[in-house]
Write a protein that binds this ligand. Structure first.
Ligand SMILES: [Zn+2]
Length: 237
């Protein structure tokens, strides 16, 4: 089955896609997916049936892996007394959201919830890549080697090269994702995994058995909409 494992909805500050639209697109294409909104799982927890991603996926029989994209905070405080952002990680199979915290705190929460840890856009320095990935990669179950929102292909190529090097040493699963912030982008990057249920999904990931399909790059208009949404210049999608 094909999966798009990195998607954003209107529960992310920089996206406007309705959860309903995501389910509709995935259903039409027979794709499984994970909704990985920034620093919250509002779409999983909301009482509004029209927005509840779990309810919608179940209703339309679409395979959903619960997820979240979380900001990683540095250990030290800056001059304003705040911890800097040192990147982002994606976590799958979460029941409860994880708040932005240090990498080690996130790793602890991942273990507690028996979740899986992924590194989104590992070398994409313009977009909050996790700076410590090169040192901490052994703690990850998956890493993205194709993210359709990378500004240029060299950033994905670097991930691919790193994956090829480390996967000889320890099993880690490669992912292809869209990182869609608009409905048009869903499916721009996909991962083929031989799984019909959560148990099979976990098993394949642990064995490093995935196949990455890079289909399309996000275009300038897609990126522009993210900025417009962030600044409240567009409100509906
Ligand atoms: Zn993202």
């Amino acid at each position: 089955m094909l999966f798009d494992l990195h998607l954003h909805s209107r529960f992310s500050v920089d996206a406007l896609t309705k959860p309903k639209t995501i389910v509709k697109v995935c259903k039409k294409n027979n794709w499984g997916f994970s909704l990985t909104d920034h620093n919250n799982m509002g779409a999983y927890k909301t009482k509004t049936p029209d927005n509840n991603i779990k309810k919608l996926a179940k209703e339309h029989k679409v395979f959903l892996i619960p997820g979240e994209e979380i900001k990683v905070l540095g250990q030290n405080k800056n001059i304003f007394g705040k911890q800097n952002c040192v990147g982002e990680v994606v976590v799958y199979f979460l029941n409860e959201p994880i708040l932005p915290s240090t990498f080690f705190e996130i790793v602890d929460s991942v273990k507690e919830q028996d979740a899986l840890l992924s590194c989104p856009h590992p070398f994409d320095w313009p977009r909050k890549n996790f700076k410590e990935f090169k040192n901490e990669w052994k703690k990850f179950d998956m890493m993205e080697i194709y993210n359709a929102r990378a500004y240029y292909s060299g950033l994905n190529k670097n991930s691919e090269k790193f994956f090829e090097k480390i996967s000889k040493e320890k099993k880690i699963s490669a992912l292809g994702v869209s990182d869609a912030h608009t409905p048009e982008e869903i499916g721009n990057g996909l991962t083929e995994i031989n799984a019909k249920n959560e148990e099979e999904f976990r098993k394949e990931i642990k064995k490093g058995r995935t196949n990455v399909l890079a289909r399309k790059k996000a275009n300038v208009l897609n990126h522009l909409q993210t900025q417009l949404a962030r600044n409240y210049l567009i409100k509906e999608r």
